[in-house]
Design a protein around this ligand. Structure first.
Ligand code: ARG
Length: 464
């Protein structure tokens, strides 16, 4: 029977010297995995119930263990638990305390179980609810974006390619591009749940167990969908961690892109949006400054999150099967990433509740860069029976001509247009109207006001 007297490590029968105090300090994971105490206790209770159901432990021992575990949970949640770093992680701390509370019978709790399956079980349970929580935060953000879009259907702005004015669009259409991205992010997180729903408990150290355990029972009781298939894969696998970190990375990348865009638009050079004082900070020397720090924070944090994905990939690269200490770092990476992404989603939501598009400036900028040139080329194809390439050339000539006159193409009058092509008539001037330009983009997914309104209705229903 495992003894645990005098605060000695449980392996002290085999290992005669105390672990180097320096390594004991840095090699443990207690400070990180304390966070998993609830999941750990839940897993242990279900494991104990299963051991009893399978007649591996007695009714009396089962009750004693469960009583002890519940007491421990209560102690930890009330900050009355004495965490001891000499017992390297949360699992050992709980087991040690169980011995103190119920005595030698605590030794039965670890029957047919190893910390290798225990730790992944705890982590998966934690990650399942964290994933759902992230998706709730994304939902909140989606609603905020949608609210902004609804207010800005008729806010005209230039769409950019290469950050040069390209074609006119509605600010709502731009915002709704991010709705698509964040909805895809949600799906990615949703997909993570599939592997998170496979129950590792019961694979024991790496080969399974000779005890007649019931893994389907623990699967059901712990809210998993099925038990994992291969014991050695189970204790070695951290793909589910990578899936999660990748999902976080893509979401952080989207957050970073919108942040960068808003930083540019808030710059004095662009001045397309204003930020309320709630989401700017000042300078210590330049009294006039209002800096978009929260947006810069969001852009920067994506770097930390990508780094975490790469840390985990690098830890796994070349790691033979099965468990190695290297894997212990997964939790710190996951917890930190989760914390950062959660705050990023909240901050972005706050910023988006505090931005004000300068509609006049947006409109003025849209009147630069000949943004209706493509509309003119399309008009020529439709009305003058020429190919798109021929229409493109003719339009380019018109742009050159306008530039020489220091005008925008929409500022040319019919007389000037006729100099390039005498066949032009009054009708053509319509294509230079920005509203017409936007509203003509009726192809599915385009920026026409009607399309946007339909999309807003669709997403309002979806996000209710
Ligand atoms: N604290 C360890 C971790 O988080 C628990 C697993 C320990 N398993 C072992 N074979 N040493 O990875």
């Amino acid at each position: 029977m495992v003894k645990n007297k005098n605060n000695k490590a449980i392996w002290n029968t085999r290992i005669k010297k105390r672990t180097s105090s320096f390594f004991a300090k840095i090699g443990g994971s207690l400070e990180i995995d304390k966070k998993l105490y609830k999941e750990d206790i839940m897993g242990s209770i279900v494991h104990t119930e299963m051991l009893f159901k399978q007649k591996i432990i007695s009714f009396k021992i089962k009750n004693k263990i469960i009583y002890g575990l519940k007491k421990i949970e209560n102690e930890i949640s009330k900050n009355k638990f004495n965490f001891d770093r000499t017992f390297e992680d949360i699992h050992m701390n709980i087991e040690k305390r169980l011995f103190e509370i119920i005595g030698e019978e605590a030794g039965y709790v670890h029957t047919a179980r190893s910390r290798n399956d225990q730790v992944i079980t705890d982590l998966k349970i934690w990650m399942k609810s964290a994933t759902k929580e992230i998706n709730k935060n994304i939902d909140k953000l989606l609603k905020t974006i949608l609210k902004n879009a609804e207010k800005n259907i008729y806010t005209i702005m230039p769409g950019f390619t290469h950050l040069k004015n390209a074609q006119a669009l509605s600010f709502a259409h731009y915002l709704m591009a991010y709705i698509e991205m964040f909805i895809r992010d949600k799906k990615r997180f949703q997909n993570c749940l599939e592997s998170l729903n496979e129950n590792p408990l019961g694979v024991s150290a790496l080969t399974g167990t000779s005890f007649n355990i019931d893994r389907n029972y623990t699967t059901r009781k712990l809210g998993f969908k099925k038990p994992t298939n291969n014991s050695i894969d189970t204790v070695s696998d951290r793909d589910f961690v990578l899936d999660y970190l990748y999902s976080c990375s893509v979401c952080a990348m989207h957050i970073s892109r919108i942040s960068e865009e808003l930083i540019i638009w808030n710059s004095d050079a662009f001045s397309l949006i204003k930020l309320s004082d709630k989401v700017v900070t000042g300078s210590s020397i330049m009294p006039q400054k209002k800096n978009p720090d929260p947006l810069e924070y969001l852009r920067g944090k994506s770097g930390t999150i990508f780094g975490n994905l790469f840390s985990m990939l690098t830890i796994l690269k070349g790691l033979p099967l099965s468990y190695f200490k290297d894997l212990q770092d997964d939790k710190e990476i996951i917890f930190k990433t989760n914390e950062i992404l959660t705050s990023c989603l909240k901050i972005l939501d706050e910023v988006l509740n505090n931005i004000y598009p300068d509609k006049k400036k947006m409109f003025e900028l849209t009147n630069k860069g000949h943004v209706t040139a493509t509309d003119l080329a399309d008009y020529l194809v439709k009305n003058k029976s020429i190919s798109f390439r021929a229409a493109y050339q003719k339009t380019a000539e018109i742009v050159n001509f306008a530039e020489k006159k220091k005008k925008q193409i929409h500022e040319l009058d019919l007389k000037e247009l006729k100099k390039i092509d005498p066949h032009f008539n009054e009708d053509v001037l319509k294509v230079f109207n920005l509203k017409n330009s936007i509203n003509s983009k009726k192809s599915y997914g385009g920026t026409s006001f009607d399309n946007i309104k339909k999309m807003i209705i669709k997403y309002k229903k979806l996000l209710k």
